[in-house]
Write a protein of this length. Structure first.
Length: 273
């Protein structure tokens, strides 16, 4: 079981970021993980082929795949669909970015329905409404509290419900963010940790930028390991739990200082009950 815990803690998740050109995929990744990890351009599409980036952080890192937007080049739509399909079996998560003020869904819906929706059990999808600061009325951003103004909040709610209806997905799996203002990134990490399988929650939380990881996410990530190990142990759990607990508590600071800092008390009570 010690080897299994080490495997989970050192797991390198693979996350693809889908979405049309100009939605701010690269900016989102940079804000979420706290490093300049991808090309950014406001003028032209930078990501014309898959970019696989191994981001080294607290543990074994996280592999991000930034892919061409499905609506970027109509003449290559079939090619991009096949690309998405080929990538899916090796992915742990898809973050699907949709710009807050964009109303074009046709190509995205086509790919989601045909390729992603049938595989949600093995590869969950979180929809992210990007550039929330630009939604109308864009001059109404609440600068004092660094959040959307009341009218923007109302329009973001309408946007989330629209995406939910069109893609037939729960609003619980849609998060609006502003990467440029670092707004609502904590909620995004919370949602990702929530939808990932137990043994993969930890690796994502481990690599997210420290201020984006809430105590709630840190606890959920740690409980994910606990539940995964307990399930694997089955009837043997009562015989090994104390030995496993000592190992876990001793090693957590080495594997993930951010999570240890935010959930060490919870960690001890969880494993040593």
């Amino acid at each position: 079981m010690k080897a299994e815990i080490s495997r989970i803690r050192n797991y390198t998740p693979k996350v693809a970021v889908f979405g049309d050109t100009g939605v701010g995929k690269s900016s989102l990744c940079n804000a979420l993980f706290g490093k300049e990890i991808a090309e950014i351009s406001d003028v032209e599409a930078c990501t014309r082929k898959p970019q696989e980036i191994l981001l080294s952080g607290e543990g074994s890192g996280i592999t991000l795949i930034d892919v061409p937007g499905v609506g970027e080049d109509p003449s290559r739509h079939s090619e991009y669909r096949e690309l998405y399909k080929s990538l899916l079996p090796e992915l742990d998560l898809v973050i699907w970015a949709i710009k807050a003020d964009d109303r074009k869904y046709a190509t995205a819906l086509d790919v989601y329905e045909e390729i992603l929706k049938p595989k949600l059990k093995s590869c969950p999808v979180i929809f992210v409404i990007t550039q929330a600061d630009k939604i109308e009325p864009h001059r109404k951003w609440n600068e004092a509290e660094n959040r959307p103004g009341d009218e923007q909040i109302a329009n973001l709610s309408i946007k989330i419900n629209d995406v939910s209806s069109r893609f037939d997905v729960s609003t619980n799996k849609i998060v609006a963010v502003s990467a440029s203002d670092s707004w609502n990134l904590v909620e995004l990490v919370n949602k990702v940790v929530e939808v990932l399988p137990n043994e993969k929650k930890y690796a994502f939380a481990r690599e997210a930028k420290e201020e984006n990881v809430s105590e709630e996410a840190a606890k959920a990530a740690e409980k994910g390991i606990f539940d995964a190990i307990k399930e694997r142990a089955g009837e043997a759990w009562d015989y090994i739990k104390y030995e496993v607990a000592d190992f876990v508590v001793d090693k957590v600071k080495e594997y993930a200082p951010v999570i240890a800092k935010k959930a060490i008390g919870f960690l001890k009570s969880l494993w040593r009950f």
